[in-house]
Design a protein around this ligand. Structure first.
Ligand code: FES
Length: 162
């Protein structure tokens, strides 16, 4: 698991976030807007960023953390270079997407929601991706893979490992 953010090396990003916060001062829903912006800037919401937001907005860190962990659009862990989303919608589930997910988990040695130690892959489950005819389906970044079988997984992953 990767953790910790080098605050000094990311000084510019903190300044950008501060400028954004100043620009939306006194507006409603400032915490949500700020978290969205922070996620856009940093790619995730590490504790250092949560503390910064807590101080700047004078909101308890527990509240910032609570919101950051409640909504699925936010992540407090860094995401991998490649995001894998396995559909667990009904059509895909019936056709074996759980086995595909299990195979990915085994090959990558991570659980759903985690990122590989080398920062290459993040494994996630998703709702229906809208291409049930191809079930079971997964997406890696913008690429759709359908009619999956667990045995196809190693070959597919190898395309992204270079
Ligand atoms: S249920 Fe998987 S794409 Fe629709």
């Amino acid at each position: 698991m990767i953790s910790g953010l080098d605050v000094k090396a990311n000084e510019k990003q903190f300044i950008m976030l501060k400028e954004y916060m100043d620009s939306i001062k006194n507006t409603q829903g400032i915490l949500m807007q700020t978290l969205h912006k922070a996620q856009e800037i940093f790619g995730y919401l590490p504790i250092e960023v949560q503390k910064f937001i807590s101080c700047e907005l004078d909101i308890p860190l527990s509240e910032v953390y609570g919101v950051a962990t409640f909504y699925t659009q936010f992540s407090i862990e860094p995401k991998g270079k490649h995001k894998i989303g396995v559909c667990l919608g009904t059509a895909c589930y019936v056709k074996g997407s759980q086995q595909v997910l299990d195979k990915l988990s085994k090959e990558l040695d991570i659980k759903v929601g985690e990122t590989t130690a080398n920062g290459l892959f993040t494994l996630e489950s998703t709702r229906c991706l809208g291409c049930c005819g191809l079930a079971p389906v997964m997406m890696i970044d913008g690429d759709v893979y359908g009619k999956l079988e667990p045995k196809k997984i190693p070959d597919i992953l190898s395309k992204y490992e270079e």
